[in-house]
Design a protein around this ligand. Structure first.
Ligand code: QAP
Ligand code: CO
Length: 165
């Protein structure tokens, strides 16, 4: 197992679109294990492979607030179930120290493969629904700051650049 470096905004590699996993082999399982170790080490609740510069459709999650259950989503897809949206103060391991309110659909159906490559479906609401949408955005090269006003995004961008300089 290994702790992988996490890319930070505004790194352009966070903008790459991840490719579907063709077979859930030992390499993917190793990636999943390393992603869990990396996420736990940095006190995260969710991590997409894009954030560790691997452009494959893999997400790990452990929602501590909801009774800690390690979850793996490979090639995840969501279907929005109704019109309800909910604002939530989101953060991101790739934008450390910044939290902003984002409104997303409250109720979604998730389809994905698990760590063994087996397909499953799960109805999600609450933090799980928010987190899976945030993480799927990463696989599309999208970040939560993209939902903010250009001014707010610019401020965060400048502060992040200053921090890494
Ligand atoms: C994504 O985010 C998420 O700023 C996961 O200093 C967050 O794990 C989805 C973290 C909220 C839904 C709601 C952030 C750790 C972790 C920080 C994370 C920080 C240390 C963020
Ligand atoms: Co994130």
């Amino acid at each position: 197992m290994a702790i992988l470096p996490i890319l930070e905004y505004p790194d352009q590699r966070l903008r790459k679109r991840a490719k579907p996993v063709v077979t859930v082999d030992d390499d993917i399982k190793r990636l999943v294990d390393d992603m869990f170790e990396t996420m736990i080490d940095s006190h995260g609740i969710g991590l997409a492979a894009t954030q560790v510069n691997v452009h494959k459709r893999v997400i790990v999650m452990d929602l501590v607030e909801e009774g800690s259950q390690p979850r793996v989503f490979i090639n995840p897809e969501i279907e929005v179930l109704d019109e309800t949206t909910e604002p939530y103060d989101e953060g991101c391991l790739s934008v450390p120290g910044f939290y902003e309110t984002v409104a997303r659909p409250s109720n979604v159906m998730i389809s994905a493969l698990d760590r063994e490559g087996k397909p499953f479906k799960e109805k999600a609401s609450g933090l799980l629904a928010i987190c899976i949408q945030h993480e799927i955005d990463h696989l599309e090269g999208k970040l939560f700051v993209d939902y903010l006003s250009p001014l707010k995004r610019q401020i965060i961008r400048k502060k992040m650049k200053k921090k890494s300089a």
